[in-house]
Design a protein around this ligand. Structure first.
Ligand code: NAP
Length: 244
């Protein structure tokens, strides 16, 4: 049995899309997958699919926007496993009432933030004591290229016309979580990095993205499995570093 075989990995929003593929591929390394989902039937079904592929997987009920649900998930993992090696903050939403700053509906912006930023922050806070107990832990925040201030400020950026104030700002805030947490944990064995999946065909965007789900999952998987001599506090896609 190698070290990898003993790793425990929690992926939020893992019942479908990028999160499901991240769970599948981390599971294929021998890690125990805690497949997080807010919808119990969908989560159990997804876990059963991975189990049928020979992976070690457990469904964990976790609605990242519900503090009680997050606390219950942390308590369950504490009781059953006592530590956590990998946390992938993947759960995320868009909202049809989001849009450019002059017209985006504030209730939509708030909904997005509750999941994409506050949700990831709440899960990270709840799981940190478990991550600190791991020999070498990884936190991956699934961000977006739309969360890059530098790219948003560049009129030649390929997605310059996509101005979703709620979604994009939630990913900027998520990137701030990466930067600040990486600094605070710099003397520990926990690495914190942001992954930009790239525009990927999933339910999130009506399957309009040109990338496949395995392509979109690749960077988060790489960051979740980083060796110990790797950097922390970075922001990257599958082609390399993304400017903050
Ligand atoms: P997706 O197929 O819509 O999957 C999103 C997942 O998040 C679903 O499992 C969803 O659960 C879950 N989720 C939403 N709200 C949740 C909550 N409150 N608690 C727990 N789970 C919740 O979208 P995706 O494209 O795979 O997105 C995954 C991540 O990649 C997101 O953070 C997204 O922002 C990011 N991303 C995607 C793209 C892209 O082009 N697809 C590009 C850049 C970044 P339900 O099934 O219950 O709704």
């Amino acid at each position: 049995m190698t070290d990898t075989l003993k790793k425990i990995a929690l992926i939020t929003g893992a019942n479908k899309g990028i999160g499901f593929e991240v769970a599948r591929q981390i599971g294929r390394t021998g890690a125990t997958i805690l497949l997080g989902a807010r919808n119990t039937p969908a989560g159990e079904k997804a876990a059963a699919v991975l189990a049928s592929q020979g992976l070690t997987v457990r469904f964990i009920a976790i609605d990242v926007a519900d503090p009680d649900s997050v606390a219950a998930a942390a308590a369950a993992i504490t009781t059953e496993f006592g530590h956590l090696d990998i946390l992938v903050n993947n759960a995320g939403i868009t909202d049809p009432a989001d849009g450019p700053a002059p017209t985006a509906r504030l209730d939509a912006v708030e909904r997005i933030w509750r999941t994409n930023f506050l949700g990831a922050l709440a899960v990270t806070q709840a799981m940190l004591p478990l991550l600190r107990k791991a020999a070498s832990a990884r936190i991956v925040n699934v961000s977006s290229g739309l969360g890059s201030l530098a790219q948003n400020g560049d009129p030649n950026y390929s997605s310059a016309a996509t101005k979703l104030i709620g979604y994009s700002a939630s990913k900027v805030a998520l990137n701030m979580l990466t930067v600040q947490l990486a600094y605070l944990l710099r003397d520990t064995a926990i690495k914190v990095n942001s992954a930009d999946p790239g525009y990927t065909a999933t339910d999130l965007n009506g399957h309009r993205g040109p990338q496949t789900i395995p392509e979109g999952a690749a960077e988060a998987i790489r960051l979740a499995l980083l060796p110990d001599d790797s950097p922390t506090g970075t922001y990257s896609d599958s082609k390399g570093i993304v400017p903050w």
